[in-house]
Design a protein around this ligand. Structure first.
Ligand code: FMN
Ligand code: SF4
Ligand code: SF4
Length: 363
């Protein structure tokens, strides 16, 4: 099939998926195909997509927890009906280099899950691929250096070119079946990530003493998950809306965004206390809930975890205003010693949706 136009919906925390989307746009333009890339945001409006007869739709996004981020799942569920339009899906994933050997990431169910939703919405999915880009999970591991990043990005470009060439030639390309099988095996982990893991991770972020309260992180967050709070000096407060995309961490001008590992241990301890089962055991003495005990236990444990994350973080937020406490959490997190990084050629002007909210030097 000859395509005349294409729209790519992308989500990107630190610019890697954005970069892949721009390569696709370049290839399309060389083939004379009109194209547009459109950021997957909370504020999706159908009218934003324009009226042109776009006959090819791409969805490009990072893998989170061996599946697609909730933001992408929700967005694709809200896309208009496909009416037989062709589509392709690319999930970027954590490529790395260890002892000069490149290792692939694991996109798991990310690509195929989004493809399935597109299929159910009436799209014809012509291609699915996992694409190794440098891992941006900088709250978890030491950052990849620039040389290795460029190497991984170079390989990804070649892979993207060949994938898009096949799509434009009308050839079907379904890659990553082995990774899908692994993803299905790991699907309990992915589900855990979507229902609770991402909320846990959102509550590990805090600003170190380097923070100037400039609010840059809040203005550049793709899901408006940071609130600037305080009377004398404003400080960022991370809400549950955070998708752990790492943008705030990668782009903070003062390297002030940390993800506390010591707080993670404390949070895990508080969230796994036997409070829900003790409450239910007490209740079962008063009312008969034996037949639904397990159901209530799951429900109560979930609610308890969310409340304990919220409450513990709220306390942390006020405690870290004390310089000594802030220092303790700063120096007991590995992120303080990790490198900050993002796609080397991507500045915030490329990926921040509301560009007017940033000043010229911030862009
Ligand atoms: C919270 C989080 C979870 C991630 N989970 C995975 C994963 O399960 N598998 C994987 O291969 N990469 C994973 N990654 C790495 C990213 O998918 C990868 O680096 C991606 O290219 C980042 O793209 P972006 O800069 O466009 O957001 C994860 C990254 C983050 C921040
Ligand atoms: S961008 Fe950095 S310095 Fe500015 S408010 Fe956010 S954490 Fe603080
Ligand atoms: S708060 Fe930071 S990590 Fe979370 S979604 Fe916003 S920019 Fe990404």
């Amino acid at each position: 099939m000859q395509y005349s136009s294409m729209v790519i919906h992308f989500m990107s925390g630190t610019g890697y998926s954005y970069r892949a989307a721009t390569w696709m746009e370049e290839i399309a333009s060389k083939k004379g195909i009109t194209s547009k890339i459109h950021q997957i945001s909370k504020y999706y409006k159908e009218s934003e997509l324009g009226d042109e007869a776009k006959n090819l739709v791409g969805v490009v996004f990072p893998t989170h927890g061996f599946t697609a981020p909730w933001q992408v799942i929700r967005y694709v569920l809200h896309l208009p009906h496909g009416n037989g339009k062709h589509a392709f899906v690319v999930a970027t994933r954590a490529g790395s280099i260890i002892a000069s050997i490149p290792f692939p990431g694991l996109e798991g169910t990310a690509g195929y899950l989004i493809a399935l939703i597109l299929l159910l919405k009436g799209y014809i999915v012509r291609g699915i691929m996992g694409l190794d880009m440098p891992s941006n999970w900088m709250s978890l591991h030491w950052g990849i250096n620039l040389e290795n990043s460029r190497f991984i990005i170079g390989r990804a470009k070649v892979k993207t070119d060949s994938f898009m060439k096949r799509i434009f030639e009308g050839k079907k390309t379904y890659r990553g079946i082995i990774f899908l099988i692994l993803g299905l095996i790991l699907s309990p982990v992915s589900l855990g990530y979507l229902v609770i893991g991402r909320f846990f991770l959102s509550k590990l972020f805090f600003a170190s003493g380097n923070c100037t309260g400039c609010g840059f992180c809040a203005r550049s967050c793709p899901v408006q998950a940071i609130r600037m709070v305080g009377s004398k000096k404003l400080r960022p407060y991370w809400t549950f809306a955070c998708e752990s995309c790492m943008r705030c961490m990668g782009y903070c001008p003062n390297k002030a965004v940390e993800a506390s590992h010591s707080f993670a241990i404390g949070l895990y301890f508080v969230a796994t206390l036997q409070v829900p089962s003790n409450v239910l055991n007490g209740l079962s003495k008063v009312i008969s809930i034996e037949s639904y005990f397990f159901f209530f236990l799951i429900l109560l444990s979930y609610i308890y975890m969310l409340i304990s994350f919220f409450a513990a973080y709220f306390i942390l937020y006020w405690l870290i205003k004390i310089p000594l406490v802030n220092k303790f959490f700063t120096y007991t997190t590995f992120t303080h010693f990790y490198r900050r990084y993002h796609e080397p050629d991507t500045t915030l002007i490329n990926i921040v949706e509301d560009k007017k909210s940033l000043s010229e030097n911030e862009l």
